[in-house]
Design a protein around this ligand. Sequence first.
Ligand SMILES: C[S@@+](CC[C@H](N)C(=O)[O-])C[C@H]1O[C@@H](n2cnc3c(N)ncnc32)[C@H](O)[C@@H]1O
Length: 267
Amino acid sequence: MSFSAAWLELREPYDLRARNGAVIEALAARLAGRPSVTIADLACGTGSTFRALKPRIKARQNWRLADNDLSLLARAPESSPPDIHVTAVPIDLNRDLEAALDGPVDLVTTSALLDLISDQWLQRLAVEAAARRLPVYAALSYDGRIEMTPEDASDKKIIAAVNKHQRTDKGFGPALGPEAAKKAVERFERVGYAVVQGPSDWVFAPADREIQNEILSGWAAAARETGDVPLPEVVDWLTRRRDMVAAGRSSIRVGHVDFFAAPTGTR
Ligand SMILES: C[S@@+](CC[C@H](N)C(=O)[O-])C[C@H]1O[C@@H](n2cnc3c(N)ncnc32)[C@H](O)[C@@H]1O
C-alpha cells in the first residue's frame, strides 16, 4: 500500500496537534539524562515522528528512518550536526523487521502504522523489541471511532464499511485496523512492558476543508471497495458530505490512540 507525500504533508499538522502530550512526556522522562540516543523510526514516511519528537528529546539524536517507499524516504529530513544525525534506511519491514531493530538502538518509534499491520507482525514486533529491551512509542493508531457532525442517514453504513476495509491486507497480512492499539498494548504488557496510553484524536473544524474532503473521498473509496454499500448510495453520501464541508457546516472527529511501552524489571 502506498501513501502520497502530499497526503502525509496535509495530515502532519493535525497529527502533531493530536499526539498525546502525556505519552510523549513518559517517553522524554525515560530518556532523560542520556547524552545521546539512537532512535529507529519504523515506517517513517517523510519523517513526521522525527519532527514531532526532535524538540522533546534533550540529547544528541541519531535517527534511523526506515521505510520501503523510496520517494518518501527521499523527502526525509537531513542531519543537522552536531546534535542531530539522520540515516535513511530503505527496508521492507514486513520482511526485515529484525534488521531495522538490530544494532545500538535505544528507542523504537512509529506513527500511523499499527492499524496497517497484522496480529502476527505485531507479535513479532513485541517479541523482537522485548528481546532487545527496547522501549516503543507508537502514535496515531486509528481506533474505529468516527463522529461526523451534522449526522447523515448513511454515515453508519459507511463507517461500518470503512472499519471492515481497515481489516484488509495492507502488505503485512490481514490488518488489525481499529483493534491495533488495544491489541498492541495487550501484547506489550504480556511481554513485561509498562504502558502509558492516551487518545490522539484528529479533530477537524469546519474550516479544515481540505483534509475533510480528502478523508471523505478516502472513506467513500474504501466503502465502495468492500461492496457493502451500493455505489449510488456511496456517491450520494459523498456529495452531501462535501456540500456540508463547502458550506462550512462539517466537523469530524477520528479516534486514535498513542502509547509508550517500556520494559520493566531486569532479565
Ligand atoms: C500512514 S503512513 C505513515 C508515515 C509516517 N509514519 C507518518 O506518520 O507520517 C504509513 C507508512 O508505512 C510505510 N510502509 C507500509 N508498508 C511498509 C513496509 N512493508 N515496509 C516499510 N514501510 C512500509 C509507508 O511507505 C508509509 O510511509
